[in-house]
Design a protein around this ligand. Sequence first.
Ligand SMILES: [Zn+2]
Length: 89
Amino acid sequence: MAKKEKKLPRLKFKCWNCERTYTLLPSEITEEQKLIVPCPYCDAEAVVKVEPFKKRVMSVARRRDEEGSAIGFEYDFPEVIPTENPGQS
Ligand SMILES: [Zn+2]
């Protein structure tokens, strides 16, 4: 069975260019582990590197026995996610 990545919730971003915040439902994470979240205010291309927010989740049901020792990934995003200029790196 193919691994399914958890669907992303609606997230809040801060534009690197105009510094306004906006909410967006990111469609997908690219192969480079980036979210592409263009700013609706100034039309700037903005990206978020998700790698720093990715954390390995081990055995959620740790306190009870050892059942369900599934290892997966979860994203631990801050309330407002800073974005980057994609042309910078
Ligand atoms: Zn902007």
